[in-house]
Design a protein around this ligand. Structure first.
Ligand SMILES: NC(=O)c1ccc[n+]([C@@H]2O[C@H](COP(=O)([O-])OP(=O)(O)OC[C@H]3O[C@@H](n4cnc5c(N)ncnc54)[C@H](OP(=O)(O)O)[C@@H]3O)[C@@H](O)[C@H]2O)c1
Ligand SMILES: [Zn+2]
Ligand SMILES: [Zn+2]
Length: 348
């Protein structure tokens, strides 16, 4: 067993605070990683605050992990000490179900193991995430970080990046299509960059007029202020695809009429019961509403290569470990440009 410093949520109502945690000893299939950077996803905040009612404390959040291999088990073939690697949202799946066979471990029918908060044979009985200096992960769930990507700015690709990339790919986004990204935060800013790089016309749909200039700089062709009813009406029937990253329950109906006939709005933010859904825009325009969860391991590697080829990383604010509670407060106030990343060198 290894002991490593970490930052943990100790309850839903107290600030995150340091905690020494144990990692399992490196097994034959395992890769031990020295973590250099970890992004802060809004999901970390949901889990730390027990928004979904399933958090078991103490919990160490963090699933946007970038680091270097420290040691490998005897049967590890793809990784060697010193190599730049990354870990995303999950660290295990059954490996035998139809989803796993199709490289969609995120939809494992027998339950995947999340990077943090999943029951596991690890010390303490639950997985613990990347707000720490070291993690031990099975080789099948370790990604190789391509050359040319700045390590700190690449960390958010492991969740915000793949969660945007996977639906954009699934719905075949490319030239000639118009894509709206709803919510300019961690996921949204990656969604705009990626949809733009895939050749689509992109529109940032935001509640924050003050983010308009940033949206254009990030690759949006246009900005639509969602609280402006007239502007929303003027854009009706314009979109092939909407990526909805709003993190809370909200009225989907306001966005559905933006879609063309056969268009799809994919929800990646608000999970769980939502405001009542008016089926009128769906029936009258054969419009679709869908959801998507991160992406598989193979697809995540593909996304990293795509980002390296297109020079895409996240716009980040690099913070010290001691600033994490401030970062959480700012995220709650919708004041992030556009992803916080923790510099793990600052964690002692
Ligand atoms: N499906 C998945 O696999 C997956 C993966 C990762 C994260 N998530 C979830 O995706 C959501 C977004 O995560 P994130 O890290 O991108 O969050 P974030 O950085 O906080 O960004 C969310 C953005 O949504 C908009 N927004 C916030 N509150 C809103 C409200 N009440 N009404 C309308 N718009 C609002 C804001 O953009 P504007 O100011 O532009 O309006 C905000 O910047 C979270 O719920 C997270 O748990 C899902
Ligand atoms: Zn995430
Ligand atoms: Zn499976």
């Amino acid at each position: 067993m290894l002991t490593t410093p970490s930052i943990a949520a100790h309850s839903a109502t107290t600030p995150l605070a340091p905690l020494a945690i144990a990692r399992r000893a490196v097994g034959p299939q395992d890769v031990q990683i020295d973590i250099d950077y970890c992004g802060i996803c809004h999901t970390d905040l949901h889990v730390a605050k027990n928004d979904w009612g399933r958090s078991v404390y103490p919990i160490v959040p963090g699933h946007e992990i970038v680091g270097r291999v420290r040691a490998v088990g005897a049967q590890v073939t793809r990784f060697a000490p010193g190599q730049a690697v990354a870990v995303g949202c999950f660290v295990g799946s059954c490996g035998t179900c139809s989803s796993c066979a199709d490289h969609m471990e995120q939809y494992c029918l027998n339950g995947y193991t999340l990077t943090y908060g999943s029951p596991s044979a690890d010390p303490g009985g639950y997985t613990q995430g990347g707000y720490s200096k070291c993690i031990v992960v099975g080789q099948d769930f370790v990604l190789s970080l391509p050359d040319g990507l700045d390590a700190a700015s690449a960390a958010p690709l492991l969740c915000a990046g793949i969660t945007s990339y996977s639906p954009l790919r699934h719905w075949g986004i490319g030239p000639g299509m118009t894509v709206g990204v709803i919510g300019l935060g961690g996921l949204g800013h990656m969604g705009i960059k990626l949809a733009h790089a895939m050749g689509a016309k992109t529109v940032m749909i935001t509640t924050s007029p003050g983010k308009a200039a940033d949206a254009l700089r990030l690759g949006a062709n246009e900005v639509l202020i969602s609280t402006d009813e007239q502007a929303m009406l003027a854009m009706a029937n314009q979109f092939d695809f909407l990526l909805n990253t709003i993190p809370v329950s909200h009225d989907f109906n306001a966005y559905m009429s933006l879609l063309k006939v056969d268009g799809t709005m994919c929800i990646v933010g608000a999970i769980g019961p939502n405001a009542p859904l008016n089926t009128r825009p769906m029936i009258l325009g054969r419009r679709n509403i869908a959801g998507s969860l991160v992406g598989g391991i193979q697809e995540t590697q593909e996304m990293l290569e795509f980002c390296a080829a297109h020079g895409i990383v996240s716009d980040i604010e690099l913070i010290k470990a001691t600033d994490i509670n401030l970062a959480y407060e700012r995220m709650q106030k919708n004041d992030v440009k556009y992803r916080f990343v923790i510099d793990m060198a600052s964690l002692v």
